[in-house]
Design a protein around this ligand. Structure first.
Ligand code: SAM
Length: 276
């Protein structure tokens, strides 16, 4: 792959998905492109590029290519201190507000949810917090958890909600008993968890139309975007969140220097940002 070709692909991927590949990623990208080129019976890298920018089929192939280039690493209860902050401080505050609110639903968005471990962890923690913060006799708030990603294959796994033993290693026994069913040696999330969780394709590069969201999780996604794209993304999250809503980002990500309309908040080692 020539440098010119690499630059063509890099800017196409950046323009369409926000993912920015550094110069050092050329070999990695080349190997993935060659695999896709062979799968499509296309003989040159440039022809594959032309195929990608063609109207209908190109769009589909572009998403397949993105799927091979993306990093989908995730796990249940990833960054536990953030989930402690979520369960112990933020959810009780949100639940308290819902007791007085007209709209009783707690709306949470896991943006860039990969294979579903994050939104399902959110759902489990929500049920735990509702159990603790709602007296018997009162109608608990509705839970609406949306998981979105650019990867169709990740979303398929998320929707199935069935995980191997290795993937549930971080789930405590009490949560396993309460929120999973064992099926043929695999662990399926329970009906209760499924009922409050929906999954949908969404490219974070585009407008989302979501409004009045209580809490957004977008962790370990922004690191693949450059500064300009990160700013645009935070702008969109600002519009989607209700005033006083919370944003969780990854532990190696920050809003410092990006946006001052959020207040940094923490509990022990867990951190989040509150929309002012
Ligand atoms: C490293 S995973 C993080 C998963 C989860 N949030 C976590 O922290 O465990 C990053 C995810 O972001 C998704 N992603 C990358 N660019 C995206 C975009 N433009 N729109 C939506 N999702 C995107 C990838 O497909 C991948 O599943």
């Amino acid at each position: 792959m020539t440098n010119e070709e690499y630059l063509l692909f890099r800017s196409l991927i950046y323009n369409e998905s926000g993912m920015y590949f550094k110069d050092t990623k050329k070999e990695f990208m080349e190997s993935k492109i060659i695999k896709r080129l062979k799968a499509n019976n296309i003989r040159s890298i440039y022809r594959y590029y032309k195929h990608l920018i063609s109207e209908s089929e190109g769009k589909r192939e572009f998403l397949v290519l993105i799927d091979t280039l993306r990093i989908g690493e995730t796990s249940f209860f990833r960054n536990r201190p953030q989930f402690d902050l979520f369960r112990e401080k933020i959810l009780p505050e949100v639940i308290e507000e819902k007791k007085k609110a007209v709209c009783k639903a707690v709306k949470i968005w896991s943006a860039g949810c990969s294979t579903g471990e994050e939104p399902y962890t959110i759902a489990m923690e929500c049920y735990e917090a509702v159990e603790k913060n709602y007296r018997r006799g009162l109608t608990p708030p509705l839970l609406e958890i949306i998981g979105s990603d650019i990867s169709f294959s990740a979303l398929k796994t998320a929707k199935a909600g069935i995980y191997s033993k290795e993937r549930i290693e971080e789930v405590e026994e009490k949560y396993l008993m309460k929120y999973f069913n064992v099926e043929d040696g695999s662990y399926a999330v329970s009906e209760q968890i499924r009922r409050c969780t929906v999954f949908d394709f969404h490219n974070l590069k585009n407008e989302n139309g979501l409004r009045e969201i209580d809490i957004i999780f977008c962790r370990n996604v922004m690191i693949y975007f450059d500064l300009a794209e990160q700013k645009r993304l935070i702008d969109k999250f600002y519009a989607s969140l209700k005033p006083g809503g919370y944003l969780f980002i990854g532990h190696s990500e920050t809003l410092q220097g990006l946006d001052d309309r959020f207040k940094f908040t923490y509990f022990n080692k867990g951190t989040a940002y509150k929309r002012i």
